[in-house]
Design a protein around this ligand. Structure first.
Ligand SMILES: Cc1cc2nc3c(=O)[nH]c(=O)nc-3n(C[C@H](O)[C@H](O)[C@H](O)COP(=O)(O)O)c2cc1C
Length: 353
């Protein structure tokens, strides 16, 4: 079973559904010594099969695939109608219709079936955890199961469920909050404090996520008990990433980020824009219904390069992202982490007293 301690570079690529993740990005990260990941969220099982095939035809290295665990029940229709009315003006402005605010499980069973055949090194789960049976099937296939957590209590549940490692997502992280709930506390704790709390509670390998955008930040989470850092936003300017061109131009700018349910009905961290400011206060917790309602609107805004009208998912350190090849980003981060650790160690050594 894959153990993250064996990675040549202690770096895991964050899965980034919605466009930024591509097979080319995963291949580049794998070949540079990190763990490349595919994002299966919002894709059909056939599309995921094709992406796994594309990665396998380019590298023999270990690969991870990330799945969204479906929300357990549809949102109350009454909780949606006012918000959907509010969004109509945004849709009209872009000349599109709102999509149907539907509840669906994102082809969960088909993707589980696929992944129990594909024998990838790691399957990670976000928004919850799978059943004991699903974990057993993945283990039979030789696949390690990682579960994303944002609190100590989630870490304990994930450990009891049979996880092989935990992705510890701090509040700084870009994109959706990946824990088990979408309540008002789901914003969570910053990554260093969370790592220390989780480290005390569970013995599993920990993968730290949240604003790790350079070597010194990677060194910090390794010191705080992580086996590897998971890096998302810092890879978004790599040519291999599928990041939208208009968002690429904004990422290095000093734009603040905020948590919002405005785009998808689930808390997520994105760069502040007009849509976020207009709708964060009123957006209900209703994922995936709001995701589907806004998807045509967001696709049209993306097509037009209108960064005020689509989700600009990014972590708190997005200004540190560099437009370099993914392999270069991974190798530089690893080298600079080792340098930072050596410098701090030399500074703290007793000979300097
Ligand atoms: C554009 C984007 C898309 C993301 N999509 C996913 C996803 O599909 N699955 C998932 O588990 N996490 C997703 N995340 C969260 C990452 O896994 C990770 O927690 C985050 O990128 C870490 O913070 P950072 O972006 O500051 O590095 C996404 C993050 C971003 C920025």
């Amino acid at each position: 079973m894959f153990d993250p301690v064996t990675l040549p570079e202690p770096i895991v690529q964050a899965p980034m559904a919605g466009g930024a993740s591509t097979p080319a990005l995963a291949v580049a990260v794998c070949e540079a010594g990190g763990l490349g990941f595919l994002a299966a969220g919002y894709k059909s099982a056939d599309a995921v099969r094709e992406e796994i095939g594309a990665v396998r035809s380019a590298t023999n290295q270990a690969l991870g695939v990330n799945l969204f665990v479906p929300t357990s029940a549809p949102a109350e229709p009454g909780s949606l109608s006012g918000y959907l009315r509010e969004l109509e003006a945004d849709a009209a402005r872009l000349g599109v219709e709102l999509g149907e605010a539907r509840y669906e499980d994102d082809a969960w069973q088909d993707k589980l079936e696929l992944l129990s055949e594909q024998r990838v090194a790691v399957v990670s789960f976000t928004f919850g955890y799978p059943s004991v049976e699903v974990i057993a099937r993945l283990h039979e296939a030789g696949t390690a199961v990682w579960i994303t957590i944002t609190t100590v209590s989630e870490a304990l549940v994930a450990q009891a469920a049979g996880a092989d490692a935990l992705v510890v997502q701090g509040s700084e992280a870009g994109g959706h909050r990946g824990g088990f709930s979408d309540d008002d506390d789901a914003g969570g704790t910053a990554v260093l404090g969370l790592l220390r709390l989780v480290r005390r509670a569970v013995a599993l390998p920990l993968i730290a996520a949240g604003a790790i955008a350079d070597g010194p930040a990677l060194a910090a989470v390794l010191c705080a008990g992580a086996t590897a850092g998971q890096v998302g936003t810092a890879l978004m300017l790599a040519p291999e990433a599928g990041t939208n061109a208009a968002q690429r131009a904004l990422l290095p700018q000093p734009v603040p980020t905020r948590l919002t349910r405005a785009f998808t009905g689930h808390l997520a961290r994105g760069m502040v824009n007009r849509f976020l400011l207009d709708h964060t206060a009123t957006a209900p917790s209703a994922y995936p219904e709001i995701h589907y309602a806004t998807s045509a609107l967001r696709a049209e805004a993306r097509r037009r390069g209108d960064t005020d009208a689509f989700n600009l998912w990014a972590g708190e350190a997005h200004e540190l992202a560099e437009p370099q090849a993914a392999a270069e980003i991974i190798r530089t981060m690893g080298t600079e982490a080792r340098q930072a650790l050596a410098e701090v160690s030399a500074r703290l050594s007793p000979e300097n007293d």
